[in-house]
Design a protein around this ligand. Structure first.
Ligand code: UD1
Length: 345
């Protein structure tokens, strides 16, 4: 039987590369497009080493309509798209809002525009728990009201969700699944792919592992005076391989016409809120490596606490986050050591 072809935009990036591995393992034929602005071509080697298959790769920018048009012509029969091609640094988005609106929204509009012409049936979109802002109650379900975005990055996620809903409602001949990620962390257990941040990491885990290996002097814990049990912020840290597997289920559901609504929305989280201090403690206990850290002032714009109610994804998708936080921390640490062994950092 011929393999179902899936386009993964941003497929050499952190979540894209892990999802490509799971798609290949599940028997899909993957085509990647990436402009390599925040990823490295070497992740194709990692994907190949893990799966034995090197996915087709197009170096290109999804904001360029002609590039995408050519891709769909060169790779006929794409049935589903998983769209990871987007900028994601919250702080940078405040400095350069137009870059974020242009990248994230033009990419989305180009893809949706081309889908009917090339018979693509399903669109999986990477959204974020950022759409819930600071929720009045935790855990959040998909029906928890969304709030005004606190950054241009967050706003692109909200606007993108609206664009998808409006386009599908207009009668476009495709369906969509919107996945709202909580905090994706960790790496493939093989340590052959993982997160490769540019410059000084802004996110917690890469900063933590870089501190543990000695690249950074100490980790700043941004605030210990929040109204939480230990005073630090609380997040729902979800293993990236678990997250990747949810995309396989989602895209299969779309191409097999199993969706119950034209646009379905799912929270992807573990259901457990973990504080920043608890996370550091889990890392230290599971790896045996100390992380020098100190309490620093709060970071502007941080949400105090948010964690998922993943019941809908568990029941409707039949997907569940399975990794323990300890195993996830070990995977993040193995990846950091791999980067050191390779002389990358
Ligand atoms: C943010 C975005 C999220 C986005 C993600 C990936 C919001 C509200 N959240 O998540 O949508 O998908 O980035 O870019 O816009 N921390 C420290 N020290 C550090 C770094 C972080 O204490 O050096 C703390 C933060 O204060 C926060 C937690 O760790 O409480 C997680 O931070 P981070 O990894 O940056 O992710 P979010 O801000 O939760």
């Amino acid at each position: 039987m011929e393999k179902t072809r899936i386009l993964v935009t941003g497929g050499t990036g952190y979540i894209g590369s892990h999802t490509t591995v799971e798609l290949i393992n599940a028997g899909f034929d993957v085509v990647i497009i990436d402009n390599l602005s925040n990823s490295n071509i070497d992740s194709l080697d990692g994907i190949e080493a893990i799966t034995g298959v090197r996915p087709a790769f197009v170096k290109g920018d999804c904001t360029d309509f002609a590039t995408l048009e050519k891709l769909f012509a060169d790779y006929p029969g794409i049935k589903g798209i998983i769209n990871f091609a987007a900028s994601k640094a919250v702080g940078e988005s405040v400095e350069k809002p137009l870059l974020y609106y242009r990248n994230n929204l033009t990419t989305l509009i180009n893809l949706l525009d081309l889908m009917p012409r090339f018979g693509v049936k399903g669109f999986v979109f990477s959204s974020s728990c950022t759409v819930y802002g600071e929720p009045d109650e935790n855990p959040v379900t998909e029906n928890t009201p969304t709030k005004k975005a606190t950054s241009p990055y967050g706003n692109t996620k909200k606007i993108s969700e609206d664009i998808i809903v409006d386009t599908v409602a207009s009668g476009a001949p495709f369906r969509s699944i919107i996945l709202r990620y909580f905090n994706p962390v960790g790496a493939h257990p093989s340590a052959l792919i993982g997160e490769l941040p540019n410059g000084v990491p802004q996110n917690l885990i890469p900063y933590l592992t870089q501190t543990a290996i000695g690249i950074r002097k100490e980790l700043s814990v941004f605030g210990n005076d929040y109204p939480t049990p230990d005073g630090s912020c609380i997040r729902d840290f979800i293993n990236v391989v678990d997250l990747a597997k949810a995309h396989v289920v989602a895209v299969r559901r779309l191409v097999e016409d199993k969706t119950l609504e034209p646009v379905e929305v799912f929270n992807l989280g573990t259901g457990n809120g973990v504080s920043v201090l608890e996370l550091i403690d889990t890392f230290e206990k599971s790896t045996g490596v100390k992380v020098p850290h100190r309490i620093a002032p709060r970071r502007a714009g941080d949400i105090i606490q948010v964690w998922a109610d993943p019941t809908r994804a568990n029941e409707v998708l039949g997907w569940k986050a399975e990794s323990t936080l300890a195993d996830t921390m070990v995977s993040a640490w193995k990846w950091q050591q791999h980067l050191r062994e390779k002389g990358i950092m």
